[in-house]
Design a protein around this ligand. Structure first.
Ligand code: LLP
Length: 421
């Protein structure tokens, strides 16, 4: 459920008509709903209660400072995967003890940054990384709290590019080797083992792969405890999917996910950490674009928008489906037209949808891509020297630009020409 609804014939974000934002900000732009963000965060809080837990919002899904601050105010922890994301979380006021540091290639500089600024734990993904972390911590005279990310060899049955828990994926260490690596961790002077970490992929639409992975984590936790390690936290990663196509996808609800976690892991007495991104920010955002032209092609009609693959890359990159809706509510029973929805970028890959039935649309009309709050703005680029798409946050009946569209002067000023050119 989200707060983008038709009212009086126009799509609103909460109480603000999207046409009003478009008139002020220009298109394309991302628009986020505070109420939707907060609602989705709270769903996880409720789903895990009464287990001791921390919901660490996955910053990569939408890292705007205003979004982070909104979630931080509700007590969210953060999952970061780079020094940049760590800085964002801190800048949004999140204390170090609520930040977990994930990622397959943390540099020594990033480790140092987080150890200096405060960190809840590093989710370590390899033996060389573990050794480096111990050295960095030792040189700083501190001890780094760590979990080991295990790879349970479970197929998340999601898109090839976002599955992370199979043996052949680059993530984590094979779960069969975990005991031996934990033994080495215990010998390293700069480390303190605090738990186990797992994340098997993103946009999962069934619970079974999670359950398979978490069962293996439960078994490992018992074995590690028998080996003498203190396992007080289980970080279960993110990955719960959202319904992109309103009509035909029904991923499990956070409550069902929470119930399964309690059943599989509840008796271990561990604090549960989760790292949801998409389920919190995804349906909390839309991308609004204008129709530049309607072009009659060979046996098809192209709807050419002013948004492109550089603004929302998911369709080009993962063949992802986003519902596209007109901002002006179509009359009930309006006959649909069929469009190939494309952007102006000079590649055929710049196609959002093929053969999509939509309400009749004409030049100047506005459309919204739904469920674009996660992995939308954060993956945008300035390809074709198209200014980075701006972001707007709505709360009730007011809105604010939370990242402005750069001017062309700003864009050009970022390049420097060496004296010999
Ligand atoms: N934790 C870790 C260690 C992750 O790698 C990820 C996502 C998450 C948490 C959050 O997963 P979520 O709850 O959002 O599914 N760009 C792709 C998604 C990439 C996900 C990468 N890792 C997309 O647009 O679908």
């Amino acid at each position: 459920m989200d707060h983008f609804i038709y009212r009086g014939g126009a799509l609103h974000a909460e109480d603000v008509p999207l046409t009003e934002i478009a008139a002020q900000v220009g298109t394309p732009f991302y628009c986020y709903s505070t109420a939707t963000l907060e609602r989705h965060f709270r769903l996880f809080e409720e789903a895990l209660s009464p287990l001791p837990h921390l919901v660490c919002y996955s910053v990569k899904s939408n890292s705007n400072l205003a979004i982070l601050k909104t979630l931080a105010a509700l007590g969210a922890g953060m999952d970061v995967v780079s020094g940049g994301e760590y800085r964002r979380a801190r800048a949004a006021g999140v204390p170090g003890e609520r930040i977990v540091f994930s990622g397959v290639g943390k540099t020594r500089e990033e480790m140092c940054l987080a150890l200096e600024g405060g960190i809840r734990q590093f989710n370590v993904e390899s033996v060389p990384e573990m050794q480096a972390l111990s050295q960095v911590a030792q040189a700083m005279g501190v001890v780094a709290p760590m979990t080991l990310r295990v790879n349970p060899d479970v197929d998340a049955r999601t898109h090839e590019k976002i599955a992370t828990g199979r043996r052949e994926d680059k993530f984590g260490v094979p779960i069969e080797r975990a005991r031996e690596i934990y033994a080495e961790a215990a010998r390293l002077p700069g480390l303190r083992v605090v738990g186990v970490d797992v994340h098997i992929g993103s946009q999962l639409t069934e619970l079974a792969p999670f359950e398979a992975a978490f069962s293996k984590v439960a078994e490992l936790t018992r074995a590690l405890r028998a080996d003498g390690h203190t396992i007080e936290r289980l970080d279960l990663g993110g990955g719960l999917g959202i319904p992109y196509a309103a009509s035909n996808e029904v991923p499990p609800l956070p409550t069902e996910y929470g119930t399964m976690i309690k059943r599989v892991l509840g008796d271990l007495g561990c604090e549960i950490e989760i790292e949801p991104g998409r389920l919190i920010s995804g349906n909390a955002g839309v991308l609004v674009a204008s129709v530049i032209y309607v072009k009659e092609g060979e046996g098809r009609k192209f709807l050419i928008l002013d948004a492109a693959m550089n603004d929302l890359v998911r369709p080009a990159m993962y063949n992802a489906w986003h519902d596209i809706v007109p901002i002006a509510e179509p009359a009930p029973g309006a006959v649909r037209d069929v469009f190939d929805v494309v952007g102006p970028v000079c590649e055929t890959g710049d196609t959002f949808a093929r053969g999509r039935p939509l309400a009749p649309l004409a030049e100047g009309d506005l459309v919204a891509f739904r469920s674009a709050g996660a992995y939308g703005a954060v993956m945008a680029s300035e390809y074709n020297t198209r200014p980075l798409v701006p972001e707007v946050l709505v709360k009730g009946d007011h809105f604010a630009v939370i990242r402005a569209r750069p001017t062309f002067d700003e864009i050009l000023a970022r390049d420097t020409i060496p004296p010999w050119v």
